[in-house]
Structures are given as C-alpha cells and as structure tokens.
Design a protein around this ligand. Sequence first.
Ligand code: GBH
Length: 435
Amino acid sequence: MFLWGTATAAYQIEGAAREDGRGPSIWDTFAHEPGRTRDGHTGDVACDHYHRWPEDVALMAGLGVNAYRFSIAWPRVLPMGAGEVNRRGLDFYDRLVDALLAEGVQPVPTLFHWDLPQALEERGGWMDRDVSALFAEYAATVAARLADRVPLWITLNEPFVHMAFGYAMGVHAPGRLLMNGALPAAHHQLLGHGLAVQALRAAGAGQVALTNNCTPVWPASAREEDVAAAEAYDILHNRLFNDPVLLGEYPDLSAYTGSLDFVQDGDLKTIAAPLDALGINYYNPTRIAAPTDAGLPFDDAGVTGYPTTAFGWPVVPDGLRELLTGLRARYGAALPPILITENGCSQPDELTENGTVEDEARVDFLDRHIAAMRQAMAEGVDVRGYFVWSLLDNFEWAEGYHQRFGLVHVDFATGRRTPKRSYRWFKEFLERQNP
Ligand code: GBH
C-alpha cells in the first residue's frame, strides 16, 4: 500500500508545554529568549493539539489519508531526558495511536524532531557523545509501549538542519554558533540513529527509517570554482548524512575539518545498520557559487528565475525528480525504498470573509510535486509514500506563526481549524487513487 499522509512535529503543534509532567526542551528555552523567534513567538500553546487531537484525527479521517507522520516529544516521555519515565506523556501518544488506527490511519512516529530535553543540553546536547546512547534508551522506552501497534518508525528528522541551524549558525535551538565545529553534532545524531535502530529492532518495532532533507545542488556556473564549491556543499548537506547510513563511510570532509577524532571504531558499522526505508524531505534545490569569504568552502548564490513561496523559497517541482533519480544513481542497490516524509509550501492563506482559504498556489505546488515524484518512479525510483507538510498551520520555528504550511488553517487566537481549498483538493485526489 502506497502511504499517502500528512506530517507534523510535536513542538510545532502540541502546546501544553508544561502539562502532565512534560519537561522543558531546548525549544522552550530558545523561543523564550528575547530576539530568537519572530515577534517572540513560542510553542507554549501552538495548535493546542495536545487537547484538540481528536478533532485533528477527525480531520485526517475526513481527508482520507492512510498514514500520519507525527513526532514524539522526548521531554514528554523522559522529562529529564533519561531516568524517570513520565507515564502520562506516553499515555498521550498511546491514545493518539489508537485513535489513528481506529480510523484506518497508520501512525508513523518520528522519535526526534529537534526538541531535545533541556536537561541533556546542560551536558552539551548532541555535542556530547553520551546523548547518542540516551537517545537509544528513549527509543526503547517508547517502543516498549507502542511497538505492538506501530509498524513504521522514523528515528531522526533532518539531522542536517538540526546541526546547521541549531549548532553551526545558531538560528534554531540550542542557538550555538560553532560553524565547522558543529560536525560532532552530526556524528552523534547519526550514532544515536544507529543505536536507536538496534533498540527498535530489539523491541520488535517493525520497519525503521531515517528522514534526511536533501537538496539537488546546482553550481552557479560551469566555472571550475563554482562546480567545486557545489560539490563541497553537496558533501555537507546531502552526503554527510546519506553516505554513512547507506555506504558505511563518510564522504571527504577535508573542506570542513582536519580531524574526525570524534568518530570511534565501530561507529560507522552502527550507523550503517540496514534500513527499511529512507525518508526524504524535499523543499527546493540550492544554487552554489565559489566562496567569497574564508569561513566556508561555498556561497549560497540563490536559485533565481522561479516563482517563490511566502517564505521566499523557489518552487521547482522537477527538483524532486532530479533529487530522487540522483539518489538512485549515486547509491544504486544500497538505496532502500524512499518515503517522501515532507513536501509542502508556505503561503499567505488568509481567511476570507466567507470563511474559506483559497490557497490555489498550494494546490498547484502539491499537484506538480506529486507529478514529479511519479516521474521519478517511472524512471525506476522505488517510492513508497508521500506526506504533505503539513496537516495544520503551526509554529514554524524561528518564523513563529508567520509562515503557514497547513492544509488546514488555524486561527491561533482561538485554535479554530478551517480546512483550506488544498484540503478539499487533496481529499478528491486521494479518492481518485483508491477507488
Ligand atoms: C522542515 O525543514 C522541517 O522538518 C519542518 O519542521 C518545518 O516546519 C518545515 O520543513 C518547513 O520549514 O533558503 O530558499 O534555499 C525544512 C528545512 C531548510 C528547507 C531551509 C528549505 C532553505 C530554502 N528547510 N531551506 S532556501
């Protein structure tokens, strides 16, 4: 069965930040620091999904999806990151899983979507190697409760973005500005992934995947310097996270570091544990030029000549086909089946006077990206699922509530949900898939 779904993440939708024993995460801390998010927005309430989840499950049932990708908040399950388990946190996901199954919607939980328990940040966050093992213990704890009903698990969401935005550039939690010094945070996430795969297998958890966000990298010109810079960027964004998992080795990282002393014997074997699927989040391609300053081996030249989303990201549906066929060409038989675990766009999405949201641009975006995915499938790429980011308008990280990605509009003052035109379009699309 091809999985058609929607995707969300805990900190972006749940709210209830201090309820039922949940511990603080790095995103609570970060969002409450002045100047970190646009207009100081936080996820304290967000979509209030923690209380309104029955309505959200009903929205998915009405949409006709057969899968739902959500994330589990580590600090709800283990308020201190390790040690004492918060039963009420697990109860929440238990109820959600049962409600989804009752509607014929397969739950696809992601164990880490950037909300590290604050207690683990105090010991260094993902810069601390021990966090990898603690992540696997957390995975085991969740699986002990849910593995009997959850057939497909995702360990991490986008370790590249978490490393780059959170540890290198400081624009996401935990707000560190380590630049190239952030590489251990990549390795320890990957090691945590590998150890979590072992823990999930031991718990009989069924299928296991990792979600990477990948981007086709375009050199700004055919000049040798631009082509070399594009290759360096491809190594950092794509291959750093795909090669060790699929091939058991790191790409050449000499443009970023002189030493891989944070990699220990046996780590790559752990990281390369076989996967049942690779999750891919696709938003847009990247155009790269030779560097203008000494810090990094590339410059982001910006993709021009395409329409853009409200976020300013270029809309390039064929980039998805290019990405998928490129992965197939690079990894060959080592590439497991692919799940598109996120694809979508931010649009202004104003509620009109008659209470509708006419988001034609999103309909067009999704329609064209699904067509591009199918083109890649026709060219031999084994794709098994597609998840729209997102079910609901939600807390868009550093942008707060200013970017709307949902099929369903959320009025953040009241929590009121209003399905958009794109929701109706996707519903009719899904009806045509499984008549
Ligand atoms: C995902 O990250 C996250 O998993 C999800 O939580 C988030 O809400 C969603 O996407 C939407 O942001 O500067 O034009 O080259 C996406 C990571 C990183 C993808 C920035 C687009 C830059 C576009 N994104 N990237 S551009």
